[in-house]
Ligand binder design. Structure first.
Ligand SMILES: Cc1cc2nc3c(=O)[nH]c(=O)nc-3n(C[C@H](O)[C@H](O)[C@H](O)COP(=O)(O)O)c2cc1C
Length: 385
């Protein structure tokens, strides 16, 4: 499939045309008044880039280190639940595109494909797993054990979902309450025949991590509802200590938005954090991640690696975050829209677009590489008035 969308925004529109409304809104929406969601993309304009000329920078090198590896690009695919509902076998397609581009991908705990499915499908590149800790630590333990078997080297513990944010679009669509396909949902699906055909071909979906465990319910909707109910709202730093003892690989805490929490994550033995507000889907009114990144980087003073997600749609967004001290960027909605828009080719196209934008931006800033950008840091930025 040849895909020609010219921006992640175009991929979003293609996803909107292809997906039933209930799923598009689930991806696209944020919590409450969506103020944090708007800030996530809007706040990049607080920073301007230094244009420098006649630097003779040809060609540029985009490879850089994060999470213990030299990656071809300064970004990776972040954990997004239910990719396999946005396109048949969506997680496998996304992982294939990421690995072809030599960047990591992180499988969500709420995925249709399991870690084993990805490995069986030949996704043998760097694979990370995102974990929600459930009230029943025995269940959390089974997820950790599956990650070990699949050769996952980095576990992302998501900590900003003690309770689920109030998502009005989902409430209007009846997304949260739904445990089986009713007439309204069925009608919405029938309006998207290409998506329906794709789903039929992919087979009956379920949550891969709990496959075969009948107590979670019969289909994807029941399983997802049960799993959501089981996420431990009382998770605390003591549980991070438990996981740190249990998991011998790299541990990343995802969902840090305050410098004091970043310091606690470091003290709890995390190897890295993701500065994240869950893409404006949790605490509405919280700041954008790009706004708090500098104070978190300063507080950590190089003690721990800092990654970031939230609102990244363009190469220039990624350049700004790297200049402000992030070692790498995670793509959330950009991944979901690209999967929905065109499966593996869609994700490959999104990665190509961002690669091209980063390359052009470095060239126009007179920089020869992402590593040079990291070395120069904030010196290549200006605050907008
Ligand atoms: C549809 C959707 C599903 C998500 N599912 C998960 C998930 O299962 N686990 C998780 O840690 N984060 C999840 N996230 C949050 C993303 O990992 C990421 O933090 C966020 O999307 C970043 O913002 P962006 O979408 O603007 O890039 C999800 C986000 C979206 C949009």
């Amino acid at each position: 499939m040849t895909l020609t969308f010219a921006s992640i925004g175009d991929a979003r529109l293609a996803a909107k045309r292809r997906l039933p409304k209930i799923f598009f809104d689930y991806i696209d929406g944020g919590s409450s008044a969506e103020e944090t969601l708007a800030a996530s993309t809007g706040d990049f304009s607080r920073w301007q880039l230094e244009q420098r000329v006649l630097a003779g920078v040809q060609p540029r090198k985009l490879a850089t280190d994060f999470l213990g590896r030299r990656n071809a690009l300064p970004f990776m695919l972040g954990p997004v639940g239910f990719l396999g509902l946005f396109a048949g076998k969506g997680e496998i397609l996304a992982a294939r595109a990421a690995h072809a581009a030599d960047i990591p991908t992180c499988l969500s705990n709420f995925s249709i494909a399991s870690l084993a499915d990805l490995r069986q499908a030949g996704c043998d590149g760097p694979l990370h797993f995102q974990l929600y800790v459930l009230k029943d630590r025995g269940l959390a333990e089974t997820f950790v054990a599956a990650a070990e078997v699949a050769g996952v080297d980095t576990l992302f513990l998501t900590v900003d979902t003690a309770v689920t944010g109030v998502r009005e679009r989902d409430a209007r669509n009846g997304f949260r309450a739904v445990t089986r396909i009713g007439p309204r949902m069925g009608f919405g699906m029938a309006l998207r025949p290409a998506w329906c055909l794709d789903m039929l071909r992919a087979g009956k979906p379920g949550v891969g991590a709990v496959r075969g465990q009948t107590e979670f319910g019969a289909g994807i909707l029941e399983q997802a509802a049960t799993l959501s109910r089981l996420i431990d709202p009382a998770l605390s730093w003591g549980d991070v200590a438990w996981l740190r003892r249990r998991w011998t690989g790299r541990l990343v805490i995802k969902g840090i938005l305050h410098a004091d929490d970043a310091l606690r994550a470091r003290d709890a033995g995390a190897d890295a954090i993701v500065v994240s507000n869950h893409g404006g889907r949790q605490l509405d009114g919280a700041p954008s991640t790009i706004a708090v990144l500098p104070e978190i980087v300063d507080a950590l003073a190089g003690d721990m690696e800092v990654l970031i997600d939230g609102g990244f749609r363009r190469g220039t967004d990624i350049i700004k975050a790297i200049a402000l001290g992030a070692s790498g960027v995670l793509l959330g909605r950009a991944t979901a829209f690209a999967v929905a828009a065109g499966g593996e080719a869609g994700v490959a196209r999104a990665i190509d677009l961002l690669r091209g934008e980063i390359d052009v931006t470095l060239a126009l800033m007179g920089l020869s590489s992402v590593d040079e950008l990291k070395a120069k840091g904030r010196g290549v930025l200006r605050k907008s008035r």
